[in-house]
Design a protein around this ligand. Structure first.
Ligand SMILES: O=C(CO)COP(=O)(O)O
Ligand SMILES: O=C[C@H](O)COP(=O)(O)O
Ligand SMILES: [Zn+2]
Ligand SMILES: [Zn+2]
Length: 359
């Protein structure tokens, strides 16, 4: 949506328009979680420096942390400050249609209805439940031009069967491999029955810092399955959750300055790039920003013990996060794309959803 404040145009974009562009030009867009001013600064500065379009995503927890109005106004401030950067504001892991409706009311241009779990965000849901809630959200969101991401399969570790609930979004207890790997045939049926614009898939990634106990092989990170899913739903944009790379450099800094993080490995950037070549268009990243910010703050506080201005620690954190964001924009092929996109008003998107799936 291009709208004008004073003499400044500003660009909010629907996820569908952004990912259609990414599909057409063969790149992927990182979707970074935001909770506060510094994370938004870091992402927007990295986007500005690399001419990249942006997906800012907020969890229900983020809106609770910041407060709905604060979050909304901080994102509006980002859009006002960077009028030439298309910004998609996306609800991450909406646990129910109600959460998605609240996000739409807040001005989000995209919502995720995560119906792979029940509304408690813990209990694996039936396929029929997932289809029903996702189709309901598509009907309501598309009517006002807002895009929808659905999810099929539960995120979890193929190494252990644990779903890993540390971020408050994830199944409890053990899951079977069948629950943790998206089935291509089911994906075809799911897309046809719901009308989702983007589909989050389960391929062995999980949220948080503890994804793999050793650098992942194809046994525990099923990148090859992405191609099979894409062949079944060639016009649907695929989404990888739990896609932090868990940089060993930041783990080392956190440990050096007193942190207690165990040995762990994330999703290598080159594996994400392979996923993008197979149809992944949105790549969710939260943990990497958390690790970089926390590492930078620990380092600053340990090395400058006389300092007491919180802005010093937060500036170090912002710079560390910005570097991670910029590296991901560049690796995923986003750099240079922002200036090639003309965001449409959400109203103009309404007929696009009704027409056959994706251009
Ligand atoms: O998937 C995510 C948010 O939806 C974030 O994943 P990470 O925990 O790997 O950063
Ligand atoms: O999907 C999980 C994201 O990392 C958000 O986590 P959160 O619920 O702690 O904000
Ligand atoms: Zn889920
Ligand atoms: Zn996620």
């Amino acid at each position: 949506m291009i709208f004008v404040l004073g003499d400044k145009p500003m660009a909010l974009i629907a996820l569908r328009q952004l990912l259609d562009h990414a599909a057409e030009h063969g790149y992927g867009v990182p979707a970074f979680n935001v909770n506060n001013l510094e994370q938004i600064h870091a992402i927007m500065r990295a986007a500005q420096a690399s001419d990249s379009p942006v997906i800012l995503q907020a969890s229900a927890g983020a809106r609770q942390y910041a407060g709905e109005a604060y979050l909304r106004h901080m994102v509006l401030a980002a859009i006002e400050t960077h009028p030439d950067i298309p910004v998609c504001l996306h609800q991450d892991h909406g646990a129910s249609p109600a959460v998605c409706i609240q996000a739409i009311r807040s001005g989000f241009s995209s919502v995720m209805m995560d119906g792979s779990l029940l509304a408690d965000a813990k209990t694996p849901a039936s396929y029929d439940y997932n289809v029903a809630v996702t189709a309901e959200v598509c009907k309501l969101a598309h009517a006002v031009g807002v895009s929808v991401e659905g999810e099929l399969g539960c995120l979890g570790s193929l190494e252990t069967g644990d779903a890993g609930e540390e971020d408050g979004v994830g199944a409890v207890g053990k899951l079977s491999h069948a629950q943790m790997l998206t089935d291509p045939n089911e994906a075809r049926d799911f897309v046809a029955r719901t009308g989702v614009d983007a589909l989050a898939i389960a391929i062995g990634t999980s949220h948080g810092a503890y994804k793999f106990t050793r650098p992942p092989t194809g046994e525990v990170l099923a990148i090859d399955r992405i191609g099979q899913i894409q062949a079944a739903v060639p016009n649907t944009h695929l989404v990888m959750h739990g896609s932090s790379s868990v940089p060993q450099e930041w783990l080392a800094i956190i440990r050096q300055y007193g942190g207690d993080l165990k040995e762990t490995y994330g999703v290598p950037v080159e594996e994400i790039v392979r996923g993008i070549a197979s149809g992944v268009r949105k790549v969710n990243i939260d943990t990497d920003i958390r690790l970089a910010m926390f590492g930078a703050m620990r380092q600053l506080m340990a090395t400058q013990p006389a300092e007491f201005d919180p802005r010093k620690a937060l500036t170090a954190a912002t710079k560390a996060a910005q570097a991670i964001c910029q590296a991901r924009f560049e690796a995923f092929g986003c750099a240079g794309q922002a200036s090639r996109i003309r965001p449409l008003p959400l109203e103009a998107m309404i007929p696009c959803y009704a027409s056959s799936h994706h251009a």
